[in-house]
Design a protein around this ligand. Sequence first.
Ligand code: PRX
Length: 651
Amino acid sequence: MTDQLATLLSEQRRFPPPVGFAARALATEKLYRKAQADRLGFWEDEAKTLDWMAPWSRVLEWTSPHAKWFVGGKLNVSVNCLDRHLSGPRRNKAALIWEGEPGDRRTLTYWDLAREVNRAANALRTLGVKRGDRVAIYLPMIPEAAIAMLACARIGAVHSVVFGGFSAESLRDRINDAQAVALITADGGYRRGQVVPLKRFADEALVECPSVRHVMVVRRRPGADGDEAFAEMKEGRDHWWHRLLAAAGPEALPEAMDSEDLLFILYTSGTTGKPKGIVHTTGGYLTQAAATTKYVFDLRDEDVFWCTADIGWVTGHSYVVYGPLANGATVLMYEGAPDWPERDRFWTLVERYGVTVFYTAPTAIRAFMKWGTEHPARHNLSTLRLLGSVGEPINPEAWIWYHEQIGKGRCPIVDTWWQTETGGIMITPLPGVVTTKPGSATIPFPGVSAELVDAKGQRIEKGGGFLTLTEPWPGMLRTIYGDDERYRQTYWSRFPGRYFAGDGAKVDEDGYWWILGRVDDVLNVAGHRIGTMEVESALVDHPSVAEAAVVGKTHELKGQALAAFVTLKEGAKVTAALKDDLKEHVTKKIGAIARPDDIYFAADLPKTRSGKIMRRLLKDIAEGRALGDTTTLADPNVVAKLKDQYESEEG
Ligand code: PRX
């Protein structure tokens, strides 16, 4: 980490926007000046690019920490993503180009997609799903994932997408927290040649989900109609998606939603054992998703936009579905793994579909680096014109590799910082305007106010500190579902009057932001957020475990990997089998993404006098560093230092 920061600090390379790119970029410097002069006016003009059924009376009503955007305005998100494109030349344009992992392909035009969404909306209505009801979605990356989300939006139901890699128990907890009345799932999805039996996991979850009255099951596996091996249909509760849609009419009236009506809930990890249901509403969210997609990705009608995120994460919501479709773009969607059947699968896709804008995570880029340049070199990537990165800090070497090997030195890179909570991109270069520095997310998007503060909450101009946001933004979370107190506590109490993002950051001489990583007990494993407490709760749930502490250990590819320190109950024996059993237990409780890489058995866990586990010490052990002076916890790790400051000021 010291090395990492030193590298960042000494990073002198500069990449001005290529002249040709800058000359025709949608965003110019004027945008910054406009937002600077009139922040609300800037956002209001972006909102005006959407179709509204009734106008708003006020742009913003702000009673900290609660915001209402475009107050009184009415709109429907699905109308903005579909209907409004049907009257002009986009009617027959590809909205979704999809490829399944086994190689099956589908293309849906805007017209096709609208038809499917309308039918799905009618099917949901037939099942009695109403405006305001919550619908859980547990699907692989197939067109039906986007269709299901948009169908919910059409009838005013609130979707809660649960990543298909989460376990039955995680699905159960999320369904119950939101009291979902329906679940949309599939018989399976493909991942590295295997079928992930989602319906089976769903059945396991539903045993303890009394609120769910109906399940719609997409038949992902062709020819497997009624394939009992993968989808045992429960009479009265379960319905095949394709049968319901075949019986449903192709036109469904859209609900006129209030700008502040809920669009979706998305669960994300926090610092406690219980994931938080992040609440996003309609008008502000769509405004920010649409505006950032347009300006950050310089998106045009002729582009083929590929954001590789799964629909189960916020990136999949804002940049696979809502942002691009609101802009009438063509979206590429791919179901499976990047190394299946070969390590050039992504580049095969870029070449086959002529992808122009490509948005992925540093963890993927590091894997590509490791796999070698021969894979991208085998393909014609000349259609690419812009590259993006999201989810974790990108190390300068990975940035340069991406620039040279994928962008061939030609494509600007947008390193975009944001969060599930922010709804859309917050800190990023605008590709035709801002000179980039490898490893820096550069400067706030127009209309976004970010400030660096020290541990006491004093604003600092530059140096290391904590990333805070000082003004409300349209896509911001409105609350935590069912727990407004937790919303206030988590985001607004640490530095009064400021939204605290959980990230440590550095601002340099030029005012550029370098995101250093989380300073709270949230880890970022392969770009996925995992709460240490969640994994600890899963471990202590095992009958042999007395106590557990989980830390993030620096990992070459994943950024961080999980290391767990465990003390056992009296009588439990330390064995290799137990290690595996514990890893399996976590996988079952949360999902494979939370499976610890290492488990260490300890007689005791090191604690401070007040009983707080000394995580930094455990991190040193996990990373094989010398322990140093444990009384002062001297450590060269900058993020860890910030973390300490953060925690000690917490009082
Ligand atoms: O630590 C930051 C990191 O990811 C966290 C948010 O995770 P999540 O809510 O899952 O959303 C990820 C996709 C938006 C942040 O608190 N993060 C996200 N983008 C970047 C980043 N860290 C550094 N650079 C980024 N570009």
